[in-house]
Design a protein around this ligand. Structure first.
Ligand SMILES: *Cc1c(COP(=O)(O)O)cnc(C)c1O
Length: 390
């Protein structure tokens, strides 16, 4: 291993050379079942033939021209996203953090245009929005903040899934937006109560605030709808996407509708790489495959079954606090830190993640077979039972 990489990750002692569907193969040729999908990125699994083909074909035509010129694939992708979400305009970038930076800039410009010079955005405790200065400041996690003061100002924090805490802020004329994950991911897979997003929508409408949904983890089918806010029958003013949009080719997007759609004008924002032909070709292929094979409805159904299977196996077992999730986004919270489970699973050739210290997080590929699903349930529930007994 190189000593020249910045020490930003405590990496696991394994390197994958190849992948196919839900399986990753390491240097020794050993197969692992991937129940994490590169953190909700490779939803269609590894080396999906249609995605590979789209990337390959595009690379033989043109990779990059910059946003100084028309990019046909960008327009096509924008059109598809509009049809799926109702969001009217989109800015393409390269990552989730950049998509959220764009959202934050829209909120600030929206405020400045109204003469509000010190705007504030409501953000949630336990949230995650990225690692750039503005997005880490928006993030509700002291560990992410530590060492990076002064943080970017203009964020007001309230508890997640608490409408009253937001209502209490309605008299503050500097508030212009709410930034919220429809289901918190890094924060431990927290699904809010039914009606939460709808209430936020109403409060935003009453106060002329923007409702900004961070769907970077929940979007593109992960929860069994194209976008998680669609479970709640609302449309946000701003929505951010990234992770699964390119199935591994980096692409992010900030979408806007209604009063947020035309806030940014030439000169307000930009990106060299964002939305280049290669990234857009990959994303178009992702949307096609998801549509043609009806993956998202299947994820809704298979996700319910998978969650129930974990409940059947684990509920009532001493040390299991909660089993929750939606679609293929599942969290199993234990009553103690369980980071060691990641290594123990790796030894059993299973890739999982633990977030917030005590919550096993599963983000399987949509293409996981029935047999692989059985293997995931059997291996993981046994590991958890043994872990809690030890
Ligand atoms: C991963 C994630 C981000 C950050 O995305 P990057 O591509 O790592 O910058 C932001 N918000 C949420 C909800 C995420 O899950």
């Amino acid at each position: 291993m190189s000593d020249h990489l910045m020490n930003t990750y405590a990496r696991l002692p394994v390197q994958f050379k190849k992948g196919k569907g839900a399986i990753l193969k390491d240097k020794q040729g050993i197969n692992y079942l991937d129940a994490l999908s590169g953190i909700a990125v490779c939803s269609l699994g590894h080396s999906h033939p249609a995605i590979s083909e789209a990337i390959c074909k595009q690379s033989q035509k043109i990779l990059h021209t910059s946003n100084l010129y028309q990019i046909g694939k960008q327009r096509k992708l924008a059109e598809k996203l509009f049809k799926l979400s109702g969001m009217e305009r989109v800015f393409f970038c390269n990552s989730g953090a950049e998509a959220n930076e764009t959202a934050i800039k829209i909120a600030r410009k929206f405020a400045n245009d109204q003469g509000i010079t010190h705007p504030k955005i409501i953000v949630m405790e336990n949230s995650f929005h990225g690692r750039t200065l503005a997005t880490l400041s928006a993030t509700g996690n002291d560990k992410v903040h530590a060492g990076f003061s002064p943080l970017v100002e203009g964020f007001v924090r309230v508890p997640f899934d608490n409408v009253e805490a937001i209502k209490d802020l309605q008299d503050d004329k500097d508030i212009v937006a709410i930034l919220v994950e429809p289901i918190q991911g890094e924060g431990g897979v927290h699904v809010p109560q039914k009606g939460y997003l709808k209430s936020l929508r109403e409060i935003c409408d009453q106060n002329n605030w923007l409702l900004m949904c961070d769907e970077i983890q929940t979007g593109i089918g992960r929860t069994g709808k194209w976008f998680a806010h669609q479970h709640c029958d609302i449309t946000p003013d701003v929505m951010t996407l990234a992770k699964a949009l390119g199935n591994g080719v980096p692409i992010g997007a900030c979408l806007a509708a209604g009063k947020a759609a035309n806030v940014l004008a030439p000169g307000n924002h930009g990106t060299t790489f964002g939305g280049n032909p290669l990234a857009c070709a990959a994303a178009l292929a992702v949307i096609d495959v998801l549509t043609i094979h009806n993956h998202i409805d299947l994820v809704a159904k298979k996700g319910d079954i998978l969650l129930q299977r974990f409940k059947d196996e684990l509920e009532g077992i001493e040390g299991v606090v909660d089993i929750r999730g939606r679609g293929y986004m599942i969290g199993i919270q234990l009553n103690r830190n369980c980071g060691d489970l990641v290594i123990q699973a790796l030894e059993k050739r299973l890739l999982i993640n633990v977030t917030r210290g005590d919550t096993v997080r599963l983000l399987p590929t949509f293409v996981m077979s029935q047999e692989q699903t059985d293997e995931l349930v059997t291996t993981l529930t046994q590991l958890i039972k043994d872990f809690l007994k030890a």
